[in-house]
Write a protein that binds this ligand. Structure first.
Ligand code: IVH
Length: 659
């Protein structure tokens, strides 16, 4: 018993260190596969010794039942908000007043990025996370510990056994936000307006299991009690980091107003380089004793201020609404705008997502609209600011604007799709997707070239790229011998890229980059992927019934089967190099099965896939090497043979039980 306890604690410590390296430092030293193995080993040991499970175990991030409602908690110190400065002058005024108040010539400041997320207080007791509380009204907040425990960058246990309160920002990264929204749209749910709302929605999920699927993140920015931690904000941030929490690395100790302004201008210009939304910088007086002298008003501290960036909203005229056809045939209305400046770039178009969105906004052509660039790459229309006297409604067409094919809107879906298998718009999008940086990384295969390849009929599906030759390419516009050669090299190079990129590149509906990686990792090869039953697909992490159905159907469509065959022939990677992380244990490894008669609940092919998916072999005839014979209805001579050789015979029920 003692031994198990020591082993479990040892393993937990190891996992905590890897979690810290991965989620906090972003410097992993082992592969995801190895990490997963450690976690599984711990899960196994804990399952054997349930009395040894503790709430700070890495296996306990998602634990407990969904809450009915969130209890409230009164803060030891109010969670104040910040005053805003919108210009250099307003900021300089604040700095002057603060220095006067503190009776000093000049002050030092710490400038931090102001992430547009939600503030949270994490309460640690003796090093263990005991409560996580939202801001609420600033005096009392909601206790959302269960959901915050699912955030991997929030340690369940600090590096020291201290009792502290850490405040910081919870947010959803832009990549995760866009993926979540795409998934919601495909599932017929409303998109979140911005990452902040998405994060708020996730945090207020009553079921931590749902929150766990949203990759929320956290940065700490203050520690209470402040003065006991260290004498400056700069050191407090280091202290938070030393305790094992994430602190935003983009921060600066500034010795003058000019330095602060320079920091702010830099980040206003580079805000798009970050994977999260920032709407300004927070400037804090560095010395904690001066912070205490400055104190606070009822609403906000006098020692800190938010220096806000220019809003990324503008008004302009909606000139037209055009319809684009995507890779999956989805018809997306796009707003054509009178060009307008927004946060340093000229905006000419905005997305309208789907036709319902047009109705929801009540927008018509020629109206003046408010547009915003938020977490989505493409700006969107927020509202109508003025209806035009000559406004006219957008007319929904019943045919594809590109190929004239039939358009269909399936039940529960917000989008309409072109049904034609040969729609050039779909093919163009498919090629661009295949060549994209996240898929097969074929540099130089841009929109103009794709248009030509499709219009000249040189390429009819993605596998056609691998049959192109120098002469054909040189025959295209703006294509010299050198660029043709470069492109061919790029295409050839894509053959050796990882198998998951091929899975992603196929453009299976609902299968994003991450799902493609999980599928590739778990099943290991295209052959196994193609053989997997819907049930087996559902065993892959993060794959639900709907997604499993989508993948299963896609892989069985004759056109797609043929395409995969051509891609295999063209030399693309059809296997993972990493060992398969199959969540389906290879329980049948080394075992040979023979099927005879008809099974009630599954076809012969399905049964074979189930056996092979678990590492077993399905043979045609019974021999001494046969481990089991599965006998269905009307079993014939194979059953007799099995009896003769003394091979174990299983009924359908027994076979199912083994699965
Ligand atoms: S300090 C009393 N630092 O901005 C000081 N706030 O109204 C309180 N925020 O909702 C906040 N990044 O959650 C501080 N580095 C940062 C911040 C930050 C984002 C948020 C905070 C609050 C709002 C300020």
């Amino acid at each position: 018993m003692r031994k198990a306890a020591t082993e479990i604690e040892h393993l937990r410590e190891k996992i905590r260190q890897h979690e810290y390296r991965y989620y906090v430092l972003a410097k992993p030293v082992i592969s995801d596969y190895e990490f997963d193995q450690l976690l599984r080993e711990l899960q196994r040991l804990e399952a054997e010794n349930p009395h040894l499970i503790t709430p700070d175990s890495p296996t306990q991030r998602v634990a407990g039942e969904p809450a009915k409602e969130f209890p409230s908690h009164s803060f030891s110190q109010p969670m104040l908000s910040l005053e805003n400065a919108y210009s250099r002058e307003e900021f300089a005024d604040w700095a002057r007043r603060a220095a006067q108040f503190a009776k000093t010539e000049s002050l030092d400041y710490v400038a931090e990025l102001k992430i547009d997320g939600l503030s949270i207080e994490l309460i640690y007791e003796d090093g263990l996370l005991s409560k996580a509380v939202t801001r609420g009204d600033g005096r009392t907040g909601e206790v959302v510990t269960g959901n915050v425990r699912t955030i991997r960058s929030v340690p369940l246990r600090l590096h020291e056994n201290v009792s502290v309160e850490i405040r910081g920002e919870i947010f959803l990264g832009l990549k995760a936000f866009r993926q979540l929204n795409d998934e919601r749209e495909q599932a017929g749910e409303d998109r979140f307006a911005n990452p902040r709302n998405a994060a708020a929605g996730s945090l207020r999920q009553l079921d931590p299991g749902v929150a766990a699927k949203r990759p929320l993140d956290f940065y700490g920015y203050s520690i209470l009690p402040a003065i006991s931690a260290s004498p400056t904000q700069a050191d407090n941030l280091k202290r938070i980091s030393a305790l094992g929490l994430k602190v935003n690395p983009h921060r600066k100790l500034c010795h003058s107003v000019d330095e602060v302004i320079e920091f702010s201008m830099h980040w206003e210009e580079h805000r798009d380089d970050l994977d999260y939304e920032i709407d300004g910088v927070v400037v804090k007086v560095n010395a904690i004793d001066i912070q205490e002298i400055l104190g606070a008003t009822a609403k906000s501290p006098r020692w800190a201020i938010a220096l806000k960036f220019r809003a990324r909203q503008a008004t302009t005229k909606l000139v037209d609404i055009r319809v684009q056809v995507g890779r999956t045939g989805a018809l997306t209305p796009v707003a054509v705008l009178e060009p307008v400046q927004l946060g340093g770039t000229t905006i000419r178009s905005a997305t309208l997502h789907n036709e319902d969105e047009i109705d929801r906004l009540g927008v018509q052509i020629n109206d003046r609209v408010l547009i915003e660039r938020g977490g989505d790459v493409i700006p969107k229309i927020v509202s109508v600011v003025e209806q035009a006297p000559d406004r006219r409604p957008f007319e929904k067409r019943s045919t594809c604007p590109v190929c004239g094919g039939e358009v269909y809107r399936s039940e529960g879906e917000a989008v309409r799709r072109c049904l034609s298998q040969t729609c050039p718009a779909k093919l163009k999008e498919a090629l661009l997707h295949w060549a994209g940086r996240r898929a097969l990384k074929i540099e130089g295969l841009g929109e103009r070239l794709v248009d030509q390849l499709v219009e000249t009929d040189l390429v009819r599906d993605v596998s056609g790229l691998y049959e192109l030759n120098q002469d054909q390419l040189e025959g295209l516009e703006r294509m010299g011998p050198k660029s043709a050669e470069n492109l061919l090299n790029e295409i050839a190079g894509s053959r050796s890229l990882e198998f998951w990129r091929v899975v992603f590149g196929l453009g299976i509906r609902h299968v994003g980059e991450r799902t493609a990686q999980l599928l590739a990792e778990h099943l290991g090869s295209m052959a196994r992927l193609q053989q997997a039953s819907q049930e087996e697909l559902e065993l892959v992490n993060e794959v639900g019934p709907k997604l499993a159905e989508s993948i299963y159907k896609f892989l069985r469509q004759p056109d797609n089967v043929a395409l995969i065959g051509r891609l295999r022939h063209a030399g693309l990677q059809m296997e993972s190099t990493a060992p398969p992380l199959s969540s389906i244990p290879a329980v049948f490894a080394g075992k040979t099965f023979v099927l005879t008669g008809t099974l009630d609940g599954m076809t012969r092919e399905e049964a074979t896939a189930l056996i092979e998916g678990r590492g077993g072999r399905a043979a045609k005839s019974v021999s001494k090497k046969t481990t089991y014979v599965i006998a269905g209805k009307d079993a014939g001579s194979k059953l007799d043979k099995a009896r003769e050789l003394g091979v174990q015979i299983l009924g359908e029920e027994e076979f199912r039980a083994m699965l």
